[in-house]
Design a protein around this ligand. Structure first.
Ligand SMILES: [Mg+2]
Length: 460
C-alpha cells in the first residue's frame, strides 16, 4: 500500500473512533460554514447601487462568447447561472446587465468579510474567495447559541460590509455537512443539519450535489446503478471504497454521517502575515509593535490549525528601499510567549543591521510546520539544559496563556491583547486597521478563473 493510502487509513481510523461518539448526548454543532451568495454579483450591486434589484451577470472579458462567472439572484430567476454563455443569457433576459469582473474589488471585500467574521468567531479556513469555515467550541456548540451566532454574523456583514453581501450559513458536526447545509437554502440561508436528520433531510438532492462528486464520479456511480441520494446512502463503507477505487470513498461515507475527518497533510509549509506601514508607523519602534502583532496573529492561526512551527523569519523593507531578513529555528512550538522571545531577539539584531532606519513593510512568517500531534517535543529553545520537568511545566503554562489570548481575541477582537508598547496612543495609529487576515491566495482566483476557461465542473 502506498504511504499516502496508509496515512489516509490512519486518519480514517481516527474518524471512525470519533464516529462512535456521534448520535449520543444532546444535539450540538461543531462547524459553521459560510458561503456568500452570488459573491461577485453581490459586490457589484453593493458598489454600484444602480445595479441593485436588477439581473446582473459578471464576465471575465467583454464578449458574448464568454460565460458568466457570477449571476445576481435577479438573473438566476431567468435561469442564468455561473457558467451560462453570455450569448444565451442575453437571449433569456434581454435587459441583463453585463459587468466586467474587478478582482481587486472582490479581494478587498473578501478581507472585509474575513475581518467581520473574525470579530464573532475565529476563522478556521477560507475555502475560496467566498467560502469559509469556523469551528464552534464550548457553549457555541449548543443549537440555540450556534444559530444566534450565525444570525449575528449575518447582521454584522450587512452592517459593516454591505447590505448586498448576503450569505448562506450551514451548521453541522463536520465541515462537509455544514457545507452541504449552505446549499439547502439560498439566498440568505441558515440551516442546521444534524446527522440525526439524515438521510431524510437530503433525500431531495442528487449524488452530483454532494461535494466531491463531479461528472466523472457521477458517471461511475450511474454505471453502478446509483442514481439517487438514497441509493448512495445505502452503500456500505467498503462498497464506497470500491466505487471510488480508494479510501476516499470510505472517507465520504463517514463524512456523510457527520464525522469530521482531519484534512490530509497540508501542502502549506508556512503561515505568514505582512503589513505595509503608513508613514506615521515607520519609525522603528512603531514598526516593531506592528511586527509583534503580525507574529501574534500568525501564532494564533497556527494554533487554530493545530500545527507547530520549526522556524520563524522576520523581514523588513526599509523606507529607503533595501530589504533585510533574519530567520531563527524554533523547537516546534506554537505558543505566543516563546515566539515573542525569539521575535525580540531577531528584531534587535535586525535593527542593529539597519541602524534603526525607518521601515516601510514588515513581514513575519512561521515555517517548517508540522501537526502538533506529531511534535511532542519540549520547547527548550536555546536552553537545552533546563530540567525537563520544569520545561514541561513552562510549556503547559505557555500553552494556557496562548489559549487565553486566543479566547480573549476571539471574543473581544484582535486588538484586545497587546504586548509591549502601544505605539502613539491617541495618535492616528490606534485607529488604523492592520490587515491581519491572510491575503487570499492566488490559487483561490486561479481556481475560479480556470473553471471558466474549461467547461464548468466540480470534480478535482
Ligand atoms: Mg457562494
Amino acid at each position: 500500500m502506498k504511504p499516502l493510502e496508509t496515512h489516509r487509513d490512519t486518519l480514517l481510523a481516527q474518524a471512525v473512533r470519533g464516529a462512535a461518539l456521534l448520535g449520543t448526548g444532546p444535539v450540538a454543532f461543531d462547524w459553521l460554514f459560510l458561503d456568500l451568495n452570488s459573491y461577485f454579483a453581490s459586490v457589484e450591486q453593493q458598489e454600484r447601487p444602480e445595479l441593485r434589484g436588477l439581473p446582473v451577470a459578471v464576465v471575465p472579458v467583454e464578449t458574448d462568447y464568454t460565460c458568466a462567472i457570477a449571476a445576481s439572484y435577479e438573473a438566476k430567476a431567468f435561469g442564468i447561472k455561473t457558467g451560462t454563455m453570455i450569448k444565451e443569457a442575453r437571449s433569456r433576459c434581454p435587459q441583463l446587465r453585463i459587468v466586467l469582473a474587478r478582482h481587486d474589488v472582490y479581494v478587498r471585500y473578501h478581507h472585509r468579510v474575513l475581518e467581520e467574521v473574525d470579530h464573532h468567531l475565529p476563522i478556521f479556513k477560507t475555502a475560496s474567495i467566498d467560502e469559509l469555515s469556523c469551528q464552534l467550541t464550548g457553549k457555541w456548540r449548543e443549537p440555540e447559541n450556534a444559530l444566534a451566532l450565525a444570525r449575528q454574523i449575518k447582521a454584522g456583514l450587512a452592517r459593516n460590509v454591505g447590505v448586498c453581501l448576503t450569505c448562506s450559513i450551514g451548521l453541522s458536526t463536520n465541515r462537509f455537512l455544514a457545507k452541504i447545509a449552505t446549499d439547502l437554502q439560498k439566498p440568505d440561508g441558515l440551516v442546521a443539519l444534524h446527522p440525526r436528520d439524515l438521510p431524510g433531510a437530503l433525500m431531495h438532492i442528487v449524488p452530483r450535489d454532494v461535494p466531491g462528486i463531479g461528472p466523472n464520479m457521477e458517471r461511475r456511480l450511474r454505471e453502478a446503478g446509483i442514481l439517487t441520494f438514497e441509493e448512495l446512502w445505502q452503500c456500505a463503507p467498503k462498497q464506497m471504497r470500491g466505487l471510488w477505487g480508494s479510501v476516499q470513498g470510505e472517507r465520504l461515507w463517514y463524512a456523510l454521517r457527520g464525522v469530521e475527518i482531519p484534512d490530509e497533510p497540508t501542502q502549506r509549509g508556512s503561515v505568514g502575515h505582512s503589513h505595509v506601514l503608513a508613514p506615521e508607523q515607520r519609525p522603528a519602534q512603531f514598526a516593531e509593535a506592528v511586527g509583534r502583532r503580525l507574529l501574534l496573529k500568525a501564532a494564533s492561526r497556527l494554533r487554530r490549525m493545530d500545527y507547530v512551527a520549526g522556524a520563524v523569519s522576520l523581514s523588513v523593507r526599509l523606507a529607503s528601499g533595501p530589504r533585510h531578513s533574519l530567520e531563527a529555528r524554533l523547537a516546534d512550538v506554537s505558543d505566543s510567549t516563546t515566539m515573542q522571545e525569539v521575535f525580540t531577539r531577531l528584531w534587535t539584531e535586525l535593527m542593529e543591521q539597519t541602524a534603526h532606519a525607518a521601515v516601510k513593510k514588515v513581514s513575519v512568517t512561521l515555517h517548517r510546520l508540522t501537526p502538533a500531534s506529531n511534535a511532542e517535543q519540549l520547547s527548550l529553545l536555546d536552553r537545552p539544559r533546563v530540567d525537563p520537568q520544569a520545561a514541561a511545566e513552562m510549556k503547559a503554562k505557555r500553552a494556557r496563556l496562548s489559549a487565553a489570548i486566543d479566547q480573549i481575541t476571539s471574543r473581544y477582537g484582535r486588538d484586545a491583547v497587546t504586548t509591549g508598547i502601544v505605539p502613539g496612543e491617541g495618535s492616528s495609529f490606534t485607529g488604523t486597521k492592520i490587515a491581519f487576515n491572510r491575503v487570499p491566495e492566488l490559487e483561490d482566483f486561479e481556481e475560479v478563473l480556470a473553471s471558466f476557461r474549461a467547461p464548468p465542473q466540480r470534480d478535482h
